[in-house]
Ligand binder design. Structure first.
Ligand code: BGC
Length: 248
């Protein structure tokens, strides 16, 4: 079965039809730059452009980098504040001419994809996927079941919002070496481990393509730590999975 997946991010909006048997894209994804300011109308127009690029007409799953409950956006740390309170599912369904739309948090989407097709496949117990990028996203699983909107990127760490210290953006903004940044990621993981005692951490986001640069530097974490496998496409695949689940 195929379903369309769209991943909304602070810099790009990308999507493709997803083959849910294989957990992979059926065609090369199409990406447009996120308009600035990233307000609902402008972003919705880009989602329409990405979906129409493939001539798609059917269920669409969409990720958003913030808390999403019942299709409504509740937080938007790295997007325009105008999103907060917007019923994104209804807005996007209308702009897409009535296609059924399911919206969920971006890290939750990446997490469900990794648990089914990637690094978390077949893993029980407590599993936490963390996406390190502009912010830090999290997906928390207990015996394969997602606890949505866990938002562990905003834990307080030494008096700071953790994502402002340990995200990839923090590394770039502060021009940190891999060693210095890995120390911050380590402190963050130790903190998350203190709270949840996970069996497995899956590290996603763009840096999961270079795990050798920082994962070997991380010490003092009991849980197993592995890089994500689906990397850039996890959000798109997870979005499509959520749309299929909503379809019943
Ligand atoms: C948001 C999360 C999101 C993460 C990654 C955070 O700032 O609060 O909802 O998953 O960034 O995009």
């Amino acid at each position: 079965m195929q379903i369309f997946g769209v991943d909304i991010g602070g810099s790009g909006i990308k999507g493709a039809p997803v083959d849910l048997e294989r957990g992979d894209l059926t065609q090369e994804r199409h990406k447009v730059l996120t308009p600035q300011p990233a307000i609902p109308d402008g972003v919705a127009g880009c989602v329409v452009e990405v979906v129409r690029h493939f001539g798609w007409d059917g269920p669409v799953g969409v990720t958003f980098p913030g808390v999403v409950t019942g299709g409504t956006i509740r937080t938007a740390a790295n997007m325009d504040g105008a999103w907060v309170g917007t019923d994104a599912a209804t807005l996007l369904a209308r702009e897409l001419g009535g296609m059924p739309v399911t919206v969920l948090n971006d890290a939750d989407a990446a997490g469900v994809a990794e648990m089914t097709y990637g690094a978390g496949r077949g893993r029980g117990g407590t599993v936490i996927l963390l996406t390190l990028g502009t912010g830090i996203g999290s997906a928390l699983f207990t015996d394969g079941r997602l606890v949505p909107n866990s938002e562990l990127g905003h834990l307080e760490l030494h008096g700071h919002d953790a994502e402002t210290r340990a995200s990839v953006k923090a590394k770039e903004d502060g021009e940190l070496t891999w060693e210095r940044w890995a120390r911050r990621v380590q402190k963050y993981l130790v903190h998350v481990e203190m709270l949840f005692s996970p069996d497995l951490f899956i590290i996603g986001g763009g840096v999961s393509r270079k795990p050798e640069k920082f994962l070997p530097l991380i010490e003092g974490v009991r849980a197993e730590i592995v890089p994500a496998k689906l990397q850039n496409n996890a959000g798109i695949v997870g979005a499509a999975m959520a749309a299929r689940a909503a379809k019943g």
